[in-house]
Design a protein around this ligand. Structure first.
Ligand code: HGY
Ligand code: MN
Ligand code: MN
Length: 404
């Protein structure tokens, strides 16, 4: 009897080695670590009987051909991680469906359609100020303008794709025909505490929150910290701090709103010089798009006021946004049945994290299977899902597919 959970845990442990040095997992898109991960995944996909290719956006595709003209069901998640993240976020949603297909084929359960397992290159948007690159391309929603966006080293997404051996100008051709897209299922750790609190290994996602990210640059004037009078300073960090506290107060005062200043870069960042420039990111999330968009407008007003009060020049750009997406009711029902067949209660819950499923919803009906993670921790080295829960998830995915 195969222990599918143990196999999943072993595979995720092996994939966690495809990382930059340092605590946790750091695997950014179009890097040697990305290459290492897709080399490992390609072998497992082939062993499972999938035909493998890397598409122009860097998505690794494993395809099992079904009956002629039967349409395709998609499964998958992202291979990339945040910096010093965990070994489960994203990549678990690639490993589990490969094992589920292996399990179905081992049980001689024929699938009445083609299946593709997808390992998207860049969901997190940590290296470049955009996100969901591969899933948006598959859904036919790729914006070529993002190819000119650059990482902190000044490398453009276009250059990174070319250096990875890909042709950025062919990305437009990978969109899938929606009429043949039967649906998309993404298995993902919950990245929150609800399943653990409710003593459930698995959950069924109802909707995915909307998100927008703003890049802000405040430009003042640096100078000697001991000689410039306070009244004539143009201190960019003082301006930035008004935005940090303002957006935090706003998010604490509005229901269903979350806002985070996750990255802040001070220049010249030395103890005895007035900060002349600050670059910062502000991320806003809500399950209600109107709430999120209103907060985005409030942020812009806040930033303009801070710039005026501190005599700063301001650049603000909404570099990425994704509306809230409801999961497809028919797929949710099918997934609920499959989860219950594993002995779980089929707990329903929304996702405060965003996922490739948000973008795939533009192609076809989508659903998400949540897997319990210890303490709800994610985006940090302690991220963990137990092998027995991974095994339950493999079983739920096989039940989900076998229902067709
Ligand atoms: O940020 C998110 O919600 C996801 O992990 N990219
Ligand atoms: Mn993540
Ligand atoms: Mn994720």
């Amino acid at each position: 009897m195969t222990d599918w959970g143990a196999r999943a845990a072993e595979r995720l442990k092996a994939l966690a080695e495809a990382s930059e040095p340092g605590p946790g997992v750091t695997r950014l898109p179009y890097t040697p670590q990305h290459r290492a991960a897709i080399d490992i995944l390609s072998g497992w996909m082939k062993d499972a009987g999938l035909a493998v290719h890397l598409d122009a956006a860097g998505t690794l595709v494993g395809r099992l051909e079904g009956p002629e003209g039967s349409g395709t069901f998609y499964l998958g998640s992202h291979q990339d991680s945040v910096r010093h993240g965990g070994a489960f976020d994203g990549i678990m949603g690639v490993v589990l469906p490969i094992l589920a297909i292996e399990k179905l084929l081992a049980g001689h359960v024929p699938l009445p359609f083609s299946v593709e397992v997808l390992a998207f290159a860049d969901e997190e948007g940590v290296r470049f100020p955009t996100a969901l690159v591969g899933s948006r391309a598959l859904a036919g929603r790729f914006d070529p303008g993002v190819l000119e966006m650059t990482d902190n080293g000044g490398i453009s997404l276009r250059q990174a794709l070319c250096d990875f051996g890909l042709n950025p100008d062919a990305i437009g051709e990978i969109a899938r025909p929606s009429q043949a897209a039967l649906g998309y299922l993404e298995a993902h750790i919950e990245q929150g505490p609800v399943l653990e609190e409710e003593d459930q290994a698995l959950g069924v996602v109802t909707a995915i929150c909307g998100i927008e990210r703003h890049q802000i640059t405040l430009l003042g004037e640096t100078g000697h910290a001991g000689t410039i009078p306070m009244g004539s300073r143009r201190d960019a960090l003082v301006g930035a701090s008004k935005i940090v506290t303002g957006i935090n107060e706003l998010a604490n005062s509005v229901t269903d709103l979350r806002a985070t200043v996750g990255a802040l870069d001070v220049h010249p960042n030395v103890v005895n010089a007035v900060p002349g420039q600050v670059r910062m990111t502000v991320e806003i999330r809500s399950p209600i798009d109107a709430t999120r968009e209103a907060a985005g407008r409030d942020l812009a007003a806040m930033a303009r006021n801070a710039a005026v009060q501190c005599s700063l020049a301001l650049e603000i750009e909404r570099s990425y946004s994704q509306p809230a997406q409801a999961c497809d009711p028919a797929l949710v029902k099918r997934l609920d049945t499959a989860v219950r067949q594993t002995g779980q209660q089929g707990l329903k819950l929304p996702s405060g994290a965003t996922h490739d499923a948000s973008a795939m919803a533009d192609l076809c009906p989508m659903a998400m299977l949540f897997v319990r993670c210890r303490g709800g921790l994610s985006h940090r080295p302690e991220e963990y899902a137990a092998p027995e829960d991974l095994g339950r998830a493999v079983t739920a995915i096989t039940h989900f597919l076998a229902q067709y």
